[in-house]
Ligand binder design. Structure first.
Ligand SMILES: NC(=O)c1ccc[n+]([C@@H]2O[C@H](COP(=O)([O-])OP(=O)(O)OC[C@H]3O[C@@H](n4cnc5c(N)ncnc54)[C@H](O)[C@@H]3O)[C@@H](O)[C@H]2O)c1
Ligand SMILES: [Zn+2]
Length: 689
């Protein structure tokens, strides 16, 4: 196994030489990190090494005087020559509820009493800090944090940062302080633009932001986003509320037209006690995976200006604010290989094989790479050190290579020339490449998928059995399943009892609704929910078959790229569909009226997105996730998988322990209405089966 460059656990430093070597590594990494290049270390490795340095310094105080660890950015950030209005500092960290309570105790000691003004809680945005100066309502200068007292002038980015308008409605003068970053979407676009210009992709959104701020002579502009988390008055003007709380200052900034953390999906919260702050920290942590940008923690601040002043500053950070750090969700590891598998629709799916790396408590050794274009866009080479992102229950994703660490002679990820499954040619006309044999190539995965509980629900038709049926030549497509006799089933399964049971199951499968039968065909891009939408829209297989490319585009989610694929594929599958019809398989949606309502955009859930969590009870007792999703769509809504700002309802059974689930916490945080299964059943009563 290749050694992982991400050494999370760092051995203690034993000699002075070890210490100095570690300092050198830290300095090199920090210079890259703050200077806008790709660091050779990921944050977890950097922090582990820095901890080891701090431990050595604590044990050898006389030998470590003058260490850079006491300075903002360890003294390694490019300083520049623009003096700051007042110092821009770093933040001290805590990692657990106990440490947060400990911080509050130290704040109380400094104040001589509790923080009576309460606390604010907001996301710790993972980008680059800047001060943006407005004079008479015009954005005149942007300055980096630098060493905290002087920063670099990066005003060339004015005009390309969402959230920092060039002109404000009122002629106000002040300095907004906040974070510039790439949202995930802006990051993907940025790397596309860079590789199109022959440049190297950014390893991650944070490095990209720092690099983009400092790059003055690029032939292209990249859009970034800004959120303010502070502000100060400028030129002796008094725009900000005198002695205003942190929340009031940010409200004034927002009122002027500059975005603040209050406008992020994570929000800005004012609470009375540190226990309430902890609850908000947990809620923000719960929605982290669904945020459209990276956060590396949550920031808690004393809200009152007077109390901030009384608590004061250290050399590196203020005493009135603290960063509650969340586990690193991005690590660096090595891309060892890319394997290609043929899925049930005949589409070739590439998977990255990674040197196993621990991310936020789980070991990641594989990640999806959507298609060849995606691999090319990211500029991946075999042997590359890559940044991998994984948060919550999302599927790990490879962000980009760290080009600085590319081994000599590394080659771009090779793309297959023939189908890795059957050796046939490959249809490369779409972004997702497909075996020329289509669904016929991957018959076993297709039949296994079709037999699944969510599709035709043929209990007992497992892997071995499917293989036996295909090997015997009895099954050459999905429709052949329905022409099998009980004798043939007995022979293939090796038991009369199993044969009889399967015959019975196949009989039941004949009456599944159209959406499931359609899904079993294996047409690319028609998974369960898309098949439900198509079936709800057309009602019968005849109508789907008669549909033109334009007709299909009337179905939500089918665009000009997908529609012709569905039409062509359905035509190619005509013999299979005919065979299904001849075998007496149902070709319509039994719950036609409800489906019609949904298709018309009506129904009690029209225009709403509903997320379901936990075990259903009462009238919904026994309904699994698929059946709940079917119900939501029958009632005109959309089924979502994660709670986010667009979610209309979360259907959640109260948990037995009384502790809200992570989805429920996220819903509460975002103000999403939470319904009990019974309340939801009431809402969709007309659509219950
Ligand atoms: N990988 C590397 O090579 C490398 C090198 C150096 C530093 N680092 C990482 O950088 C971090 C330390 O850097 P640091 O000292 O610059 O800062 P920090 O990340 O510890 O915290 C301070 C910064 O947080 C930012 N911030 C975001 N949201 C905020 C909010 N709501 N309120 C206030 N501030 C907010 C500000 O920019 C502020 O300057 C560590 O996590 C370390 O892992 C990594
Ligand atoms: Zn093939």
């Amino acid at each position: 196994m290749t050694a992982t460059p991400a050494l999370e656990a760092c051995p203690a430093l034993s000699t002075r030489a070890d210490y100095e070597a570690a300092l050198d590594r830290l300095r090199e990494a920090s210079r890259a990190y703050y200077g806008g290049a790709n660091s050779p270390l990921d944050d977890a490795s950097f922090d582990a090494l820095r901890r080891a340095v701090l431990e050595w310094e604590a044990a050898h105080p006389s030998e470590s005087a003058g260490s850079p660890t006491g300075l903002v950015a360890d003294g390694a950030a490019p300083a520049g020559d623009v003096p700051h209005t007042s110092r821009l500092l770093s933040l001290d960290n805590v990692f657990s509820p106990e440490e947060l309570t400990g911080w509050e105790a130290s704040l109380r000691r400094r104040l001589g009493r509790e923080a009576e003004g309460g606390f604010t809680v907001e996301p710790k945005l993972d980008g680059a800090a800047v001060a943006a100066r407005y004079r008479d309502g015009r954005l005149v200068q942007i300055v980096t944090r630098g060493d905290g007292t002087h920063g670099e002038d990066v005003s060339h980015v004015i005009g390309s940062i969402v959230g920092l308008p060039e002109r404000l409605a009122a002629p106000v003068t002040f300095e907004a302080r906040g974070e510039v970053l790439f949202t995930q979407e802006q990051f993907e676009t940025a790397n596309e633009v860079r590789t199109a210009h022959g440049g190297a992709p950014f390893a991650n959104p944070r490095n990209g932001a720092a690099g983009t701020l400092r790059a003055k002579d690029r032939p292209y502009r990249l859009e970034m986003t800004f959120w303010a988390y502070g502000a100060v008055d400028l030129d002796g003007e008094t725009f900000l509320p005198a002695s205003g709380t942190h929340a009031e200052v940010l409200a004034a900034v927002a009122g002027a037209g500059v975005r603040t953390t209050a406008a992020t999906p994570a929000g800005l919260h004012v609470v009375g006690t540190i226990a309430e702050a902890q609850t908000k920290v947990d809620a923000i942590a719960a929605i982290r995976a669904g945020l459209p940008f990276g956060i590396d923690g949550v920031v808690i601040k004393a809200n009152s200006a007077a109390e901030q002043e009384a608590a004061g500053f250290g050399s590196r950070f203020p005493h009135w604010a603290i960063a509650y750090k969340l586990a690193a969700v991005e690590r660096q590891t090595v891309l060892e290989d890319v394997v290609w598998e043929v899925g049930r629709t005949g589409v070739l799916a590439p998977t990255a094989v990674l040197t196993p790396v621990e991310i936020d408590g789980s070991t990641v050794s594989r990640a999806t790479l959507h298609n060849p274009a995606d691999i090319a866009r990211r500029g991946l080479h075999l042997g590359d050190t890559v940044t991998v992102y994984k948060a919550g229950d999302i599927i790990p994703r490879v962000q980009a290579p760290v080009v600085e660490l590319r081994p000599a002679g590394a080659v771009p990820v090779p793309l297959p020339r023939a189908c890795p499954n059957c050796g046939s040619g490959i249809d490369t006309s779409q972004e997702r490449w497909r075996c020329a044999k289509g669904t016929a190539c991957a018959l076993a995965p297709l039949i296994e998928y079709a037999a699944g509980r969510d599709i035709l629900d043929i209990d007992g038709l497992g892997k071995t059995y499917v293989k036996a049926l295909i090997d015997s030549g009895l099954v050459g497509d999905v429709a052949d399943l329905f022409t099998l006799t009980e004798e043939q089933l007995t022979e293939a399964s090796g038991s009369e009892k199993r044969g009889a049971k399967l015959a019975e199951q196949l009989g039941l499968a004949r009456s599944r609704p159209l959406s499931r039968v359609f899904c079993a065909l294996g047409i690319p891009g028609t998974g369960r929910s898309m098949s439900r939408r198509i079936a709800a829209h057309f009602g019968t297989m005849d109508a789907v078959r008669a549909a033109s490319v334009e007709d299909l585009q009337a179905v939500e989610g089918i665009g000009s790229e997908k529609a012709p694929v569905v039409v062509a594929e359905l035509a190619a599958l005509a013999p299979v569909v005919d065979k299904l019809i001849a075998a007496g398989v149902n070709m319509s949606e039994p719950r036609q009226p409800a489906a019609d309502t949904a298709a018309d955009g009506g129904g009690p859930l029209a225009g709403r997105t509903v997320v379901v969590t936990g075990k259903m009870t009462g009238r919904l007792d026994g309904l699994g996730r698929t059946q709940m999703n079917e119900l939501i769509e029958r009632a005109g809504g959309r089924a979502g998988s994660g709670v986010n700002a667009k979610t209309s309802y979360l259907v959640a059974a109260p948990s037995p322990s009384g502790k809200p689930s992570s989805k429920a916490a996220a819903a509460q945080k975002l103000g999403v209405e939470v319904l009990t299964p019974e309340e939801f059943a009431e809402l969709v009563a007309d659509h219950l089966a």
